[in-house]
Design a protein around this ligand. Structure first.
Ligand SMILES: [Zn+2]
Length: 427
């Protein structure tokens, strides 16, 4: 469970409606409709794979065509607005509903072979990418064959039973359900990953959250070299094979850069690189799942640095921000598992956590290569990351006895402090 304030909306990362604030023993917390997602591998036969690929291709073409249509209309509108020119009659703004109506009236033969809600979902995706653009994200991009890799059944058209999933207009595909699905399945997305196929379910869970009494707590420093340090000095290292795959990736990427552009060999090498990426992604995910399980089972209150603030402030250190990108998955997994268990995950301001002394609070500057924190003011000497982890825990504004409202204001204050220019020196 995440402490959140009404002003900042919920930072829990949990999507869905946040309804009320309930009061537990000591804190006010946000109650939300929990969403959980599951991913399973599916095993289509040769025939089905052809149909799946064709569906993807139909969806991709529809996506690009709808995007082009919208782009053209907005350019015409701009012409009219800026120069008063109306070259081909008065243009109109096109929205999702116009495109959906057009689609249902005039489907191509390819489109007739695809479940209609799947096609509508494609138009929704175009719509969403424009809305994102209006909210300050990049302009919607046309999708190449290697980029567009999924389609969604948004409500119906799929059915699960007995080792297979039935997809409308596609057929029964073998599936292995390695976990039990909780809640009600809302959407079903089919994804292609190079030569493998997956299905992702998004489920809604109606389960009351029962907050636990906080007895154990820890602060966690995430390191540059995929290393976690807890505030009790314990360290968690990722398995060796993850490192091995990472060096393999560098090797294969170097080979890719030497291949001739647009050659067959280059395409083969591109697939090899994509597969190594997939291996790393899976290994990392597995490690993050296991680690977050251990953390949530051991601690009731877990404090991390807020990596979003960190990247904003310290993005000059590239290697660090890349490794942080890998860490956000761990934090997200921990958040959702903690929420499910009624426990608390808190994100604190990362500024100077490695520079300040965890004993006397004074600033002890050191570069990244200095691995030991030794304080000239109070004489404290300990591992650099261990010192940082203690600082992170100490920065927690959630203490027994504080109410959620105070806690929220604290979070807000530290975010403001990190975002503006006078440096925030910790407390
Ligand atoms: Zn000190």
């Amino acid at each position: 469970m995440i402490i959140c304030s009404p002003k900042t909306a919920c930072e829990s990362g949990i999507t869905g409606e946040h309804k009320t604030y309930i009061v537990s023993k000591h804190i006010k917390v946000c109650e939300s409709d929990m969403k959980k997602s599951y991913q399973f591998r599916i095993y289509p036969n040769k025939n089905q794979e052809v149909i799946l690929n064709r569906t993807l291709s139909t969806c991709r073409h529809l996506y690009n065509d709808s995007l082009a249509e919208r782009k053209r209309e907005s350019e015409l509108n701009n012409l009219e607005r800026d120069f008063g020119i109306i070259p081909w009659g008065k243009p109109e703004w096109i929205n999702y509903y116009d495109q959906a109506n057009d689609l249902s009236e005039s489907k191509t033969n390819f489109q007739k072979e695809v479940f209609s809600q799947v096609l509508q979902n494609v138009l929704k995706r175009v719509d969403r990418s424009f809305k994102n653009f209006y909210n300050g994200f990049g302009y919607p991009r046309f999708q190449g064959r290697n980029r567009y890799n999924s389609f969604t059944y948004p409500q119906s058209g799929f059915e699960l039973d007995d080792g297979k999933i039935t997809l409308s207009k596609i057929g029964n595909i073998r599936i292995i359900l390695h976990r039990e699905i909780e809640g009600k399945i809302k959407t079903c997305t089919i994804k292609k990953d190079i030569d493998q196929w997956y299905v992702a379910f998004s489920c809604e869970i109606d389960k009351p959250i029962i907050p636990v009494e906080i007895e154990t707590r820890t602060g966690i420093d995430v390191g540059l070299k995929s290393l976690l340090t807890l505030s009790n000095g314990e360290q968690i290292e990722p398995p060796e094979f993850l490192r091995e795959s990472e060096s393999k990736l560098r090797h294969e990427q170097k080979r890719l850069s030497r291949k001739k552009k647009r050659s067959h060999n280059r395409n083969q090498q591109r697939i090899i690189v994509a597969k190594v990426h997939r291996t790393i992604r899976n290994q990392r995910k597995d490690f993050n799942h296991k680690t977050s399980n251990v953390l949530v089972n051991t601690y009731d209150h877990i404090v991390f640095e807020d990596l979003q603030i960190k990247n904003m402030v310290q993005n000059h250190h590239l290697a660090k921000s890349i490794s942080d990108a890998g860490w956000s998955q761990l934090i997200n997994f921990t958040k959702s598992k903690a929420e499910y268990a009624g426990k608390v995950v808190e994100l604190v301001n990362p500024r100077n956590t490695s520079q300040n002394c965890s004993s006397c609070g004074k600033m002890v500057s050191k570069s990244l290569s200095v691995r030991v924190h030794s304080c000239p003011f109070c004489g404290l000497e300990l591992d650099r990351d261990h010192n940082a982890a203690i600082n992170i825990l100490n920065r927690s504004i959630y203490t027994v006895g504080t109410t959620g409202i105070n806690a929220c204001q604290g979070t807000q204050r530290s975010i403001d402090a990190a975002g503006s220019s006078p440096p925030f020196r910790g407390e």
